[in-house]
Design a protein around this ligand. Structure first.
Ligand SMILES: C[S@@+](CC[C@H](N)C(=O)[O-])C[C@H]1O[C@@H](n2cnc3c(N)ncnc32)[C@H](O)[C@@H]1O
Length: 247
């Protein structure tokens, strides 16, 4: 049993359109370059593969890719893009589900580890990555840095986009590290919608400890897929841990 929200048919139907900026070649190109470099000749495994935004172009680069995805409707979207033989997907929980094989790269991007809403499950996700890695293989996470420094005393929410078509803001519980992203959208035909997603936020240092619990060694942390230095002002990180050769 997972604590993750289950992404619905409606979520899957609109995911690629609503995430259009994440499909921009300026975003996706460096992402795939970074992962392809670490995968070498592969194979690679994506946790929370979604509709295959990253996995499909990575596979097109010649890296064999497999995926784990909790939501059947999201996994069905991968199937519309590539066959099961070319990009196999196991429908299950990234903290526990298994995929046959041993991988040179396991990765979870776009803040998706936060969908696991307990610390125990997030640790299990690291352990599951380690179990799937060949000795010397890498686990990569792309994750935002919790924006709690933006909270003036007494303020309950942090906006991350305020535009005509979308108002998005996060609310946090500092005690439990639980958060909710709220999205109010207005579409071209005048319709409006409200949607939300729940998450547990993690600091980079907590990720390092989870990696250590899973038997992985820290290798590098950068601020983004272009390799910009990670600083105290960075709002996101791409972190890499390695399974020891004798692990
Ligand atoms: C923000 S989307 C990211 C999808 C894809 N990785 C991408 O970058 O476009 C988050 C995905 O995580 C999936 N997810 C949430 N909890 C999960 C879990 N416990 N195990 C596997 N997938 C999960 C959701 O169904 C959704 O497809």
């Amino acid at each position: 049993m997972t604590s993750s929200d289950l992404w619905t048919e409606d979520d899957a139907e609109h995911y690629d359109d609503l995430s259009a900026e994440k499909f921009d070649p300026n975003v996706l190109g460096p992402t795939v370059d970074f992962l392809a470099r670490l995968a070498g000749s592969g194979p690679a495994l994506e946790f929370a593969i979604g509709t295959g935004r990253v996995a499909v172009p990575l596979a097109a680069r010649g890296v064999p890719v497999a995926g784990i995805e909790l939501s059947q409707p999201m996994a069905d979207r991968v199937r519309r893009k590539m066959t099961e033989a070319d990009l196999p997907v196991v429908v299950g929980d990234m903290a526990t589900a298994t995929v046959p094989g041993s991988f040179s790269l396991v990765y979870v991007v776009y803040n998706s580890i936060g969908n696991l809403r307990t610390q125990d499950e997030q640790v299990e996700c690291f352990r599951n990555a380690a179990r799937h890695l060949a000795p010397g293989g890498r686990f990569v996470i792309e994750l935002w840095v919790p924006g709690i420094r933006r909270f003036p005393p007494g303020q309950a929410a942090v906006p991350f986009e305020v535009a005509d078509h979308h108002v998005g803001f996060d609310t946090y519980d500092m005690v439990t590290q639980q958060g909710t992203s709220h999205h109010y959208r207005r579409f071209a035909d005048g319709r409006t919608s409200y949607g939300y997603s729940n998450f547990r936020y993690i600091w980079p240092a907590e990720c390092d400890l989870m990696a250590r619990l899973a038997g992985l060694e820290f290798e590098q942390r950068v601020a983004d897929w272009d390799g910009s230095p990670f600083t105290s002002d960075s709002e996101s990180h791409v972190s890499v841990w390695r399974k020891p050769l004798d692990g």
